[in-house]
Design a protein around this ligand. Structure first.
Ligand code: MRU
Length: 377
């Protein structure tokens, strides 16, 4: 296939607004989000003054992606504490905002534990709030560091699996700096390959129904000057058949103890295609995404989203999953099947790349060892 399909991105405007930041104006602390439902049309901030505003931002995907959900959850607890709200109530609401990405509860629990332990040690609620904020900031920083290490490990793995260089990588959903304290997970690996002159093309699945690939990954690829090409999700099969994909790189929302990987719906069909076409299927995720308390794929709760996300197409600048109100693409009253994620069994996963190293083959034992190592670090 001619390389005319891989143009370097032209949109090089600097991204001024970080995905998430904590601010302390005189009126009181706030959490400022880059509203991802408005991208790529507009870079608009959404300011949360309490945990319930953050819960709404999480549900509507203004803030999204597993690692960032963890960071947001931790800041949400800090915000509730700093504003004098009931911290346990806020923590429960935040944890329940979306069920699949385990990072959300990891982040919430970490900040809540810091708050509780400060109070248990005789601290007052103000000190508790400071402890929760410190925990959130630490998680944010750790995620940035993990991201850099995943990129390093992932780049080395690509070099081993595809010694010729010039990789053509297919990715799904959005896994870059919009979901992370750093440059992301799977996208960070592709970006490292691009910087090393080893990325020939990034194939970007549009990722129906909410178009995280088209709206967000293409936006990030363009800003980084990467050679990328957008495709509809259902074009992936013919792309593999044409021999145009050297590797699949995706993120994860939860990895069960047996190595089953929950990620954006559409990931599992890519794993099946990859296996059939003898292409490595690589998952990139921080260790916080591995959940030893979820034994297997069947135990992962998959979020079901409203049917209107499938039966209507909303304009990019409108809230993507507000209350419908988009242009209908199906007859009125049509029921839709709309799981947000699917689960890929471990036997279809070539490798899981984490900040602690690469797990391959993916087995329960290797994952348990990885988690133990990370706890000791
Ligand atoms: O529904 P979303 O947009 O939050 O889904 C995000 C994904 O599925 C990502 O691939 C996943 O969180 C990994 S991001 C590092």
């Amino acid at each position: 296939m001619a390389d005319q399909y891989a143009q370097p991105g032209e949109d090089k405007r600097p991204t001024d607004i970080p995905a998430i930041r904590w601010e302390e104006p005189p009126e009181g602390p706030v959490l400022v989000l880059l509203d991802q439902t408005r991208l790529p049309a507009e870079e608009v901030e959404r300011v949360c003054t309490d945990a319930s505003a953050l819960v709404e931002a999480i549900r509507s995907l203004a803030v999204r992606g597993a690692p960032l959900l963890g960071i947001a959850g931790a800041y949400g607890v800090a915000l509730a504490a700093a504003r004098g709200f009931d911290v346990d109530e806020a923590a429960m609401a935040l944890e329940g905002a979306r069920p699949t990405a385990v990072n959300l509860s990891v982040g919430v629990r970490r900040a809540r534990a810091a708050y509780r332990s400060e109070l248990a040690g005789g601290g007052d609620p103000e000190q508790g709030a400071r402890a929760a904020l410190a925990a959130a900031r630490q998680l944010h920083q750790e995620d940035a560091e993990a991201s850099a290490r995943m990129a390093e490990h992932g780049l080395a793995l690509l070099g081993e699996l595809l010694p010729g260089g010039g990789h053509r990588v297919l990715t799904h959903c959005n896994t870059g700096s919009l979901v992370s304290g750093g440059e992301g997970t799977a996208f960070a690996v592709a970006l490292a390959a691009h910087r090393a002159g080893q990325l020939r093309r990034l194939w970007v699945d549009e990722t129906r129904p909410l178009l995280q690939g088209a709206r967000l990954t293409a936006y990030e690829a363009a800003r980084n000057g990467m050679a990328y090409t957008l495709l509809t999700d259902n074009a992936a099969g013919s792309l593999f058949a044409a021999g145009e994909v050297d590797a699949v790189l995706i993120g994860a929302d939860r990895i069960a103890a047996d190595g089953s990987v929950a990620n954006k719906v559409g990931s599992y069909p890519l794993a099946v295609l990859a296996r059939y076409h003898h292409v490595p299927f690589i998952v990139v995720a921080p260790v916080t995404t591995v959940d030893p308390d979820t034994p297997d794929g069947a135990s992962i709760e998959v979020e079901q989203r409203p049917g209107f996300e499938v039966t209507e197409v909303t304009a990019p600048q409108a809230p993507v999953s507000g209350a419908g109100g988009g242009a209908p693409v199906a007859p009125l009253g049509t029921q839709a099947y709309n799981p947000a994620f699917d689960v890929t069994p471990p036997e279809l996963v070539t490798a899981i790349v984490t900040e602690e190293g690469v797990v391959s083959p993916v087995t329960a034992g290797a994952l348990a060892e990885l988690c133990a190592r990370s706890r000791q670090a």
